[in-house]
Write a protein that binds this ligand. Structure first.
Ligand code: COA
Length: 259
């Protein structure tokens, strides 16, 4: 599939999925969301791709939210129809490989919801983050009320969602919304270095680890701990576990194959 709205490339086990509508501040219209879902399905099957970095083209925006042009004239029923099928936020969250949001500018509305569906968020010091839907007379509909609340707590989530105000990267780090803030010029290097370190790990163990951590928000403690035990034991069935343990005992670096 030739993409019109996104760029996808893989080098040295690290894939980049870049929303490529810089003139529209990388706003997500339906064709862009469809292409993102399609690209994730392909990357899932690509063994060379071990870690995914999601970002926006240009230096102004990560993603400035849903494309507001599509909202005009929509009724409740047509909006419901438009939201049927696999949604990009779920597709990212359920993507079995680690996903890092490289937040290089405005990260608003659906853009913040995309970032929230990622596993790790690294922001440039120029980024601004927020859920401005309330200013349009609507509310977040891409998981923002749920994932933001789980990440930063009810009080901070309420403040962001009820005011619609955007906050700067330093504030976002303070409330745990982003893992790290990096000078704009260093952002790509820092994120690639982080992705590179993760890409050296066992893809099998990464997949199980992601699944286990996600269980914490999806279930209660008892079920989450049971899931963790199951996934922990499952890693013992992998060749990567045999290689990882052997490499440690032989005092060498492990070479994980993802089997
Ligand atoms: N949907 C559709 N188009 C958008 C958009 C969005 N979410 N965000 C930006 N754009 C478009 C603008 O309409 C403009 O298009 P034009 O050049 O054809 O007029 C272009 O992107 C540049 O935007 P502009 O506002 O001029 O850039 P800026 O750098 O001054 O401001 C933002 C950037 C992100 C602060 C501002 O565009 C904005 O507030 N966007 C809406 C954010 C939002 O409410 N998102 C939640 C949607 S639910």
């Amino acid at each position: 599939m030739a993409y019109q709205n996104i760029l996808v490339e893989t080098n040295d086990r690290i894939s980049f999925l870049t929303i490529n509508r810089p003139d529209k501040r990388n706003a997500l219209n339906q064709p862009t969301r469809n292409e993102m879902v399609h690209a994730l399905e392909s990357l899932e099957r690509e063994p060379e791709s071990r870690v995914l970095i999601l970002t926006g083209a240009g230096d102004k925006a990560f993603i400035a939210g849903a494309d507001i042009n599509e909202f005009e004239g929509r009724t409740a029923l047509t909006q419901r129809e438009a939201m049927k099928g696999l949604r990009i936020f779920t597709a990212i969250e359920e993507f079995p490989k680690p996903v890092i949001a490289m937040i290089n500018g405005f990260c608003l509305g659906g853009g913040l919801e995309v970032a929230l569906a990622c596993d790790i968020r690294i922001a440039s010091d120029t980024a601004r983050l927020g859920q401005p839907e309330i200013n349009l007379g609507i509310i977040p509909g891409g998981g923002g009320t749920q994932r933001l609340t789980r990440l930063v707590g009810e009080g901070k989530a309420m403040e962001l969602i009820l005011t619609g105000d955007a906050i700067d990267a330093a504030h976002a780090k303070e409330i745990g919304l982003v893992n790290e803030v990096v000078a704009a010029g260093d952002l790509r290097g820092r994120v690639v270095s982080l992705a590179g370190r993760i890409a050296e790990k066992s893809p099998v163990a990464l997949r199980m680890a992601k699944d286990a951590v996600k269980s914490a928000a999806r279930t209660n403690l008892r079920e989450g701990l049971e899931r963790e035990t199951d996934l922990f034991c499952l890693t013992f069935g992998s060749e990567d576990k045999a290689e990882g343990v052997r490499a440690f005992l032989e005092k060498r670096k492990a070479d994980f194959k993802g089997k």
